[in-house]
Design a protein around this ligand. Structure first.
Ligand code: NAD
Length: 334
């Protein structure tokens, strides 16, 4: 199966005589050359997708973009992208496609729905889905892509909006190992660490586990800061001491949930931007589904899911997930 797909892709590449598609396979070609010659479709221009697409443009790619939000498309058009009116139109014009959408349903409909990618995808197209979704949906879409002669890989990211802007994301890639180097070439325009995780869906599996821990540690950082402040501690001092002590963690040190402790993090910007509470709730739901399927005990993951669900229903859905600090503070007022 993999052989026939690869053969089909190769024939397509040769027949098209596309420099880009040949570069995709020719690993001796320098990264710079590869970057300057690729036409990339980008679907989903939100908090993450827009800066990622901007970095592709900066690295010399031609970007063909689509988002249901016209304003988001127009912003990227100002930066040099072409904009089109559907995922199918994207797929008809490009050699590779990246999707960065909220959840499994969005991703499935983007590929298999009306005017979706699979209506027009060309054989040999490299598809990379960087959304965080159910690993079983990645597997399902990889199978559907294969029938079209295209290659689908899951490559969710870690690093957040600042890493997306800075081009320093970590990509956790699942899929056919033979396609990994081609995917890596492309993803290096947006990230620093491109890690092969194994079979299709494995990137999502790592991502879901990471985010479960992130949710747990963010709640821990928020409740610790809240307690310390109620004991009269100055938040910056407290954060700096814990960040060099055994309580050190990313949420405390680099993404502190208390407004004013750090600059350039969502908590110092009214919890705007960053990683939305609704998205974290979604990821915790994915982790709980996976835990149920594998009979894995995840007591803190389960409790975190409930806390983020409560926040989502309390007006914090669109705020950054570090707003759990604000949520805890509000409990005092009740
Ligand atoms: P977002 O909600 O800011 O952006 C999603 C974008 O997709 C929006 O612009 C929306 O209009 C668009 N969209 C929705 N449905 C669409 C469709 N059918 N066709 C085209 N466009 C559509 O989300 P985000 O923060 O950019 O996150 C995207 C994905 O990345 C999510 O799966 C999230 O879990 C994951 N992620 C986010 C972060 C983060 O810090 N924000 C970090 C790592 C991973």
């Amino acid at each position: 199966m993999a052989y026939s797909r690869t053969l089909c892709s190769s024939l397509y590449r040769v027949s098209r005589l596309s420099a880009n598609t040949i570069f995709r396979r020719n690993l001796s070609v320098s990264h710079k050359q590869c970057n300057s010659q690729t036409t990339v479709g980008f679907i989903g221009l939100g908090n993450m997708g827009r800066p990622m697409a901007t970095n592709l443009i900066k690295k010399g790619h031609s970007v063909v973009a689509y988002d249901v939000n016209v304003e988001a498309m127009e912003c990227l058009q100002d930066e040099g992208a072409s904009i089109v009116s559907s995922p199918a139109e994207v797929a008809s014009k490009v050699d590779s496609i990246i999707t960065m959408l909220p959840n499994s349903q969005h991703v499935r409909s983007c590929y298999t729905g009306e005017k979706g990618v699979f209506e027009t995808v060309q054989p040999g197209t490299l598809i990379v889905d960087s959304s965080t979704i159910d690993p079983s949906v990645s597997k399902e879409l990889a199978g559907a892509a294969l029938k079209k002669g295209a290659v689908f890989m899951d490559a969710p990211v870690s690093g957040g909006v600042n890493a997306a802007k800075g081009g320093t994301l970590t990509f956790m890639v699942g899929g056919d190992e033979k396609e990994f180097e081609a995917a890596k070439e492309l993803l290096l325009s947006m990230g620093k660490n491109i890690v092969y995780c194994g079979a299709i869906g494995n990137g999502q599996a790592v991502k879901i586990c990471n985010n479960m821990l992130l949710a747990i540690t963010m709640i821990g950082a928020a409740e610790t800061m809240n307690l310390g402040m109620r004991l009269g501690l100055e938040p910056k001092l407290m954060a700096s001491i814990i960040s060099t002590a055994t309580g050190r963690c990313w949420a405390m040190e680099l993404y502190n949930p208390v407004p004013g402790v750090l600059e350039n993090v969502p908590s110092s910007n009214n919890y705007e931007g960053g990683f939305g509470t609704a998205l974290m709730t979604k990821d915790l739901g994915l982790a709980q589904d996976a835990a149920t399927k594998t009979l894995s005990p995840t007591p803190l993951g389960s409790l975190s899911h409930q806390i983020y669900r409560l926040m989502t229903n309390s007006g914090l859905a669109e705020k950054d997930f570090s707003s759990v600090f604000q949520f805890l503070q509000e409990q005092h007022k009740k």
